[in-house]
Design a protein around this ligand. Structure first.
Ligand SMILES: Cc1ncc(COP(=O)(O)O)c(C=O)c1O
Length: 437
């Protein structure tokens, strides 16, 4: 059992363990099984009707998955969690649990591009409309975008690549004035740096593939519910009005766990469930979360400060720098560190970015975040290649902008690698000016 007095680093290794297993394993075993034996005829029936809450089939529930859910929910300060197969599955499952055809989601525009495309294209095909607020701290724009049919507000606590910190409390208060829950994608902050539920958000989602798993080996996603939102029957009939086979609504049956119970049903029916092996690896990754994130964040700050002084660098987007327009919010929300994903703009535009990227020896060219290894990506030609030039300009993503995800290597080695790649850019720039290329 978890002691609520324990600090984060203690809970990240102890929370959620099942201490009822008769074999007393210290680590959570990998229950790699499709299903679970029914002792007799009546138990099979009881498992299906829910009068016996034992396990039946791994798409519906699995002890390894449940242990990971309990641990991550504990770290986020939620009442429970639902582990799914990827971060995208976490977002789509949470949204499909809340929003129906004919209804609307209002989202920040500063979010992972895959999420933006899910809302704009894929959910649109199901009759779910979405709109995007360009500046996620512009409360008037959020207010103006809310419709009678809006069923969820969605934003990221630290979006990439700009590290533009969200004022979670202000947005949560606005959402609640309109009777709408706020969903926060907390992937880049992790619960070590920021716990959105403590600042008024209602639901947290993660790509567990990133910092939670932490080693660049598995995909996973998680939904954590704060359990505080009051589901109104006219707006959320699937939770608070429609009666199931037992004659009760989900809220009557599950109380504060209503959304999690319903989301579990969405995941069970649509099927994006995680492998118990992945759940094990995510849980194991979480055991070192604070150690990795602390080091990654402090190295990121050091590198951002160093980059800001380099002549071949035009600008650095990192909220840990006093020059950042998000510095004040970072001081308020992220006192333990401002994360390890940020961007900078190299001189020479797209060609400068190409020379820099290809000159790197230690940083890995890769589309991923939160790995133990440091990664580099050119958003304009990869993650954001479907955005128009105007959209890129509005988001401040130029052709020379590069995204870094800082790992746990020696900071000096990372700086040396960046230094020699910037030297290659400066040499290229000199040749260009001299008309030699
Ligand atoms: C902030 C954020 N949310 C969600 C996702 C989607 O996660 P996954 O790749 O695990 O589906 C990503 C992936 O890059 C992400 O960066």
């Amino acid at each position: 059992m978890t002691d609520p007095q324990w600090g984060f680093a203690t809970r990240q290794v102890h929370a959620g363990l099942d201490d009822t297993d008769p074999h007393r394993p210290r680590a959570t075993p990998i229950h790699l099984t499709a299903g679970f034996v029914f002792d007799d005829f009546d138990q099979g029936h009881a498992r299906f009707t829910g009068t016996d809450d034992g396990y039946s089939y791994s798409r519906v529930g699995n002890p390894t998955v449940a242990a990971a859910e309990r641990r991550i929910a504990d770290l986020e300060g939620g009442i429970g969690g639902l582990l799914v197969a990827s971060g995208q599955a976490a977002t789509s499952t949470a949204v499909l649990g809340l929003v129906s055809s004919g209804e609307h989601i209002l989202s920040s525009s500063s979010i992972y591009e895959g999420t933006r495309e899910l809302f704009r294209d894929d959910l649109a095909r199901l009759g779910i409309a979405s709109d995007f607020v360009e500046d996620h701290n512009d409360l008037a724009a959020w207010e103006g975008g809310i419709r009678p049919s809006t069923r969820a507000l969605f934003a990221e606590s630290i979006p990439n690549p700009k590290n533009d910190v969200l004022d979670v409390r202000a947005l949560a208060d606005l959402a609640h004035r309109h009777g709408i829950p706020l969903i926060i994608d907390n992937t880049l902050a992790t619960p070590y740096l920021l716990r959105p539920l403590e600042h008024g958000a209602d639901i947290v989602v993660h790509s567990a593939s990133k910092f939670l798993a932490g080693h660049g080996t598995v995909l996973g996603g998680v939904i954590v519910d704060g359990g505080r939102f009051e589901w109104q029957p006219d707006r959320y009939p699937q939770l608070a009005r429609d009666r199931g086979h037992d004659g009760r609504t989900v809220v009557e049956r599950a109380g504060r766990f209503a959304l999690l119970e319903y989301a579990r049903r969405v995941a069970m029916r649509y099927g994006p469930v995680p492998s118990p092996l992945n759940a094990f690896l995510i849980q194991q990754g979480v055991e070192t979360l604070s150690l990795r994130v602390q080091r990654q964040s402090s190295t990121a700050l050091r590198i951002a400060e160093w980059l800001a002084e380099q002549p071949a660098v035009e600008s650095v987007d990192y909220s840990g720098l006093p020059t950042s327009p998000h510095h004040a919010l970072a001081q308020r929300y992220l006192p333990r560190g401002q994360g390890s994903v940020f961007s900078f703009t190299v001189q020479g535009g797209r060609e400068g970015a190409r020379t820099f990227t290809d000159a790197l020896r230690l940083f890995t060219r890769m589309t991923h975040l939160g790995d133990t290894r440091s990664l580099v990506l050119h958003p304009a030609t990869t993650t954001h290649h479907l955005r128009t030039d105007d959209e890129l300009a509005a988001r401040g993503i130029g052709q020379g902008l590069l995204r870094l995800s800082i790992g746990i290597e020696e900071p000096e080695d990372l700086i040396a690698d960046l230094d020699q790649a910037l030297a290659a850019v400066a040499a290229e720039e000199l040749l260009t000016r001299a008309g030699l290329t």
